[in-house]
Write a protein that binds this ligand. Structure first.
Ligand SMILES: *Cc1c(COP(=O)(O)O)cnc(C)c1O
Length: 374
C-alpha cells in the first residue's frame, strides 16, 4: 500500500465546484490584484480570527517580517524565538535586519518554553515570536505576561495552527499580530503561495497594507515599501476553503486520535503531546524515537513500505550550515530539547482526506518496526 504525505488533489475533488466557482468569478471580474475577492477574503479571515483586521500578503515569511517592520523592529534590535521551527521564522527576523535570539522549547509541546525567555531579554530585545508548532498553540498566557512585564511586542507565527486555540484565548487575541502562511501544504493552503497578518492594531494594519504594495495606498503616492500581495485568484481559492477549515481540522484530530490509540503501546516511541484544554489542529503528527540512532532506520523502513513519512525538522536552525553565528543570531542557555527533537522526529502522513485503511496501515508498519527493536 502507498500512503502519501499530502491530500491536495483529493481535497480539490471534494470541493471542486466551490473552488472552480470562485476562480471563475475572479477571471470574469477583470480584477486580479487587490480586487474585490481579496477584500472579501480579508473580511472573512478577520471574522474567522476574531480580529479587527486581516491583510493578505505574498507568503508566510513576508507576513512575519512585514509585521516586524510595521512595528519598527530592525537593525540593532533582538527578537526571541526557538530553533526547532521552520527556517523561515528566523529568516524573517534576519530580513527585517534584526538579530534572532534562540531559547529552548518545552520538551513536551515543542513550542517555546516561557520559562527560558526572561534569561534572553536584553535592552535590545524588542519582540518575542512564539510559533504554534505542529498545530498547537504555545503557552500564550505565560508569554504575554513576560512581554507585558518587559514591554515587548508579541508576534505569533501561526503558519501551522489556523483554527487552533488555547483554553481561554484565540490566536491573535493576546499578541500584537499573528501571521500565517497559505502555501499549499498548510492546513489552509492555496494552489501556490500566500500569507496573511491578522491584528487588532489599526496602525499595524495600515502599515502592512502600505508596505505590501510599494509603500502606497493612494495612486502615485509612495513611501518605502515592497511588492508582497495576495492575488485575488488565491484569495478566491482560500475563501472557498476557509468554510471547511474547522471540519478539516476536526478530521485531522480524529486521525491523530486514531494514531495515538494505535501507537500508545510502542516502547521505542514518544507520541505527540496535546496540552489539556487546547485545540491542537495537527498540521503535523510528529512522533519521536526514544533514541536518535533509531530515527533514520524507522524513517527508511516506512519509506520502503510505501509510507511517505518526513521529518520536521531534522536540522534545527542553529545547526544549519548557513546559520549566521555571531552576526545575526545567538543562543541563550541550553537548547537540548530542540536538538533532541531535531534528532528524533518523524512526521507521519496527516491530512483530512486520509482513509482509516491508510492510517491503520501506517500504525501497523510502525508497530512492526517497534516490535523488531531490542
Ligand atoms: C511555512 C512556515 C513559514 C513560512 O511560510 P511561507 O509561506 O513558506 O513563506 C513560516 N513559519 C512556519 C512555522 C512555517 O511552518
Amino acid at each position: 500500500m502507498k500512503v502519501s504525505f499530502y491530500g491536495h488533489v483529493r481535497q480539490y475533488h471534494n470541493i471542486k465546484a466551490e473552488i472552480d466557482a470562485n476562480i471563475q468569478k475572479v477571471l470574469e471580474s477583470g480584477e486580479y490584484v487587490q480586487g474585490p475577492m481579496l477584500k472579501q477574503f480579508e473580511a472573512e479571515l478577520a471574522a474567522f480570527s476574531g480580529t479587527k483586521f486581516a491583510i493578505g500578503v505574498g507568503n508566510g515569511t513576508d507576513a512575519i517580517w512585514l509585521t516586524l517592520m510595521a512595528l519598527g523592529i530592525g537593525p540593532g534590535d533582538e527578537v526571541i524565538t526557538h530553533p526547532n521551527t521552520f527556517f523561515a521564522t528566523a529568516e524573517a527576523i534576519w530580513i527585517a535586519g534584526a538579530t534572532a535570539v534562540f531559547v529552548d522549547c518545552c520538551p513536551k509541546t515543542k513550542c517555546i518554553d516561557p520559562a527560558k525567555i526572561e534569561a534572553a531579554i536584553t535592552p535590545k530585545t524588542k519582540a518575542i515570536i512564539p510559533v504554534h508548532l505542529y498545530g498547537q498553540c504555545a503557552d500564550m498566557r505565560a508569554i504575554k505576561k513576560i512581554a507585558d512585564k518587559h514591554n515587548l511586542r508579541l508576534v505569533e507565527d501561526n503558519a501551522q495552527a489556523i483554527g487552533g486555540k488555547g483554553p481561554d484565548f484565540n490566536i491573535g487575541e493576546l499578541s500584537d499580530a499573528a501571521t500565517t502562511s497559505f502555501i499549499i501544504q498548510k492546513n489552509l493552503g492555496t494552489f501556490g503561495d500566500g500569507g496573511a497578518v491578522v491584528t487588532n492594531n489599526a496602525d499595524i494594519d495600515a502599515k502592512v497594507r502600505k508596505l505590501r504594495n510599494h509603500g502606497s495606498n493612494q495612486r502615485n503616492v509612495h513611501s518605502f515599501g515592497f511588492n508582497s500581495r495576495l492575488d485575488d485568484l488565491h484569495a478566491g481559492i482560500l475563501s472557498a476553503k476557509l468554510k471547511h477549515i474547522h471540519a478539516w481540522n476536526d478530521q485531522r484530530r480524529q486521525w491523530a486520535a486514531r494514531y495515538t490509540a494505535g501507537l500508545k503501546g510502542a516502547k521505542n516511541l514518544t507520541l505527540p503531546y496535546e496540552t489539556p484544554g487546547y485545540r491542537h489542529v495537527f498540521h503535523l503528527y510528529v512522533i519521536e524515537t526514544k533514541k536518535p540512532e533509531q530515527r533514520d532506520p524507522l524513517l527508511k523502513f516506512l519509506v520502503d513500505n510505501g509510507i511517505d513519512a518526513k521529518t520536521h525538522y531534522s536540522i534545527a536552525i542553529h545547526q544549519q550550515a548557513g546559520y549566521p553565528w555571531g552576526k545575526g543570531a545567538r543562543i541563550v542557555g541550553s537548547v537540548a530539547n530542540a536538538e533532541q527533537n531535531a534528532a528524533t522526529c518523524i512526521s507521519l502522513p496527516m491530512f483530512p482526506e486520509l482513509t482509516a485503511e491508510e492510517v491503520d496501515y501506517v500504525i501497523a508498519k510502525v508497530l512492526e518496526w517497534d516490535k523488531a527493536q531490542k
